[in-house]
Design a protein around this ligand. Structure first.
Ligand code: SF4
Ligand code: SF4
Length: 436
């Protein structure tokens, strides 16, 4: 085992909510079920305005192979299907449900396989029909990841419990509180892709989680690996390199080196879907940062507005200067709290004006720090300059699409250059040049 990936940085981990057990919230009076809450084509609505829906009822179907089903998180009435706030800042079509407070559920016993008597192919269909996506933030449809082509055999599944982003502790708590759910999902993933080995990967700042996982009933072939604390170790390619020494090639995927990585939350959700027939209608998220009155880890229905999460937990100590969907390194800045929790919402962070450093972007001094920390072996300062001087045609030669937008380069830059912003702009310009 290599135990190290190239580059990376050491931000203060600020895991202040790691002792906060996962708790529930009062249900919201309105749920906003966005049709775009995964990578891929938007889902297609299967209900109409005025319909009464039951908890777990499918309300939207996949809009393509890389797309997902959507289910009602509780019983209620469809009030609208209309553009609604989305964490991306855009308005995106959503199914708006007004809950009736009865939480009446659809009988899905026919979907459950508690004795695991069905085939791995049937389990994969259940994962697809249950609307499960990667819960570490990327929101990639899980059944697609578990469908590698025959010429790419998988020998290892990695259960990703690294949670390397500062402030986020949802996966940490899940490992402490639901190790058997995670290991149940890991066993199923191994069977689906035919992998004989699996690793539960955890960073060294969660020794209690590593201990709980080690003491749990580990399926045959499963080990627990504790990795040194280093950001962005939770990124798939970096995690695989740290665990196995295998390098995913430029433009390639983990399956090219025989590995499938699944977030621990995704594995627990898979386990519930297959054994109990419960589709993905909720997730654990961290409410963190210095500003919330009730920081912690919460089980939240998909579609709950972020403002409801904040209000239900005691509000904020003052006006927010920065709101972030996800972690501070790779998360998205939010314009407000109107958007809903989606399947990929790992956290909401709120900072006041006193907690932010003012960045004054200056000319690059060619110090090379960004090159030494880039985990994707890129030349961040060159990419940034190319975008600044609009030399878009050369970006591909410098492998801009390999950038995982981890922000390590910007983190160390003494000239406060926002390379991630430049690189995102460069990627968008390349897509535009390609006519996509
Ligand atoms: S160039 Fe991309 S991958 Fe490299 S450090 Fe910067 S954000 Fe991360
Ligand atoms: S870290 Fe900043 S100043 Fe140094 S080479 Fe990179 S972009 Fe230039």
């Amino acid at each position: 085992m290599a135990n190290r990936f190239r580059g990376g940085v050491h931000p203060d981990d600020s895991k202040h909510t790691s002792k906060q057990a996962i708790s529930g919230l009062q249900p919201a009076e309105r749920l906003i079920l966005s049709l775009s809450q995964h990578i891929g084509a938007p889902s297609r609505p299967e209900v109409s305005v005025g319909d009464r829906v039951l908890k777990y009822q499918p309300i939207a179907s996949p809009g393509g192979f890389v797309s997902m089903a959507l289910h009602a998180p509780t019983s209620g009435t469809v009030k609208a299907i209309e553009p609604a706030p989305h964490p991306s800042g855009r308005l995106v079509t959503a199914i708006i449900i007004e809950p009736d407070g009865l939480d009446e559920a659809l009988d899905r016993t026919d979907k459950a396989d508690p004795g695991l008597a069905r085939s791995p192919e049937n389990w994969k269909e259940t994962i697809r029909d249950s609307g499960i996506v990667g819960m570490g933030g990327a929101a990639f449809p899980t059944h697609v990841k578990l469908s590698p082509p025959e010429d790419k055999p998988i020998d290892m599944i990695v259960a990703n419990g690294v949670e390397c982003e500062p402030y986020l502790t949802a996966d940490h708590r899940l490992m402490l509180e639901s190790p058997d759910e995670i290991l149940g999902g890991l066993f199923l993933a191994m069977k689906i892709v035919g992998a004989k080995k699996a690793v539960v990967a955890i960073e060294a700042n969660k020794p209690d989680a590593a201990e709980v996982m080690r003491k749990a009933d580990l399926p045959e072939g499963v080990t627990v690996e504790v990795l040194p604390v280093m950001y962005p170790q939770g990124a798939e390619k970096q995690l695989i390199q740290a665990l196995t020494g295998r390098e995913v090639p430029t433009g390639g995927l983990p399956m090219d080196v025989g590995v499938v990585v699944q977030n621990v939350g995704t594995l627990a959700t898979m386990n519930q879907a297959i054994k109990e027939g419960r589709p993905m209608v909720e997730r654990v998220m961290t409410l963190g940062g210095p500003l919330p009155n009730g920081p912690g880890n919460y089980m939240v229905s998909i579609g709950t507005s972020l403002s409801h999460v904040v209000e239900q937990t005691g509000g904020l100590k003052g006006p927010a200067a920065r709101l972030i969907n996800g972690g501070p390194m790779m998360g998205q800045a939010l314009a407000g709290l109107e958007s809903p929790v989606t399947k990929g919402t790992s956290g909401l962070l709120a900072f006041g004006p006193g907690e932010l450093r003012t960045l004054r972007q200056r000319a690059c001094i060619r110090c090379g720090s960004c090159i030494s920390v880039c985990p994707a072996s890129l030349l961040p300062h060159t990419l940034g300059s190319m975008v600044e001087f609009r030399l878009f045609n050369q970006l591909r030669e410098f492998n801009i699409t390999d950038c995982i937008e981890c922000g390590s380069c910007a983190f160390v830059c003494p000239a406060d250059r926002n390379m991630v912003q430049f690189i995102r702009q460069g990627k968008a310009e390349l897509l535009a040049l390609a006519g996509k």
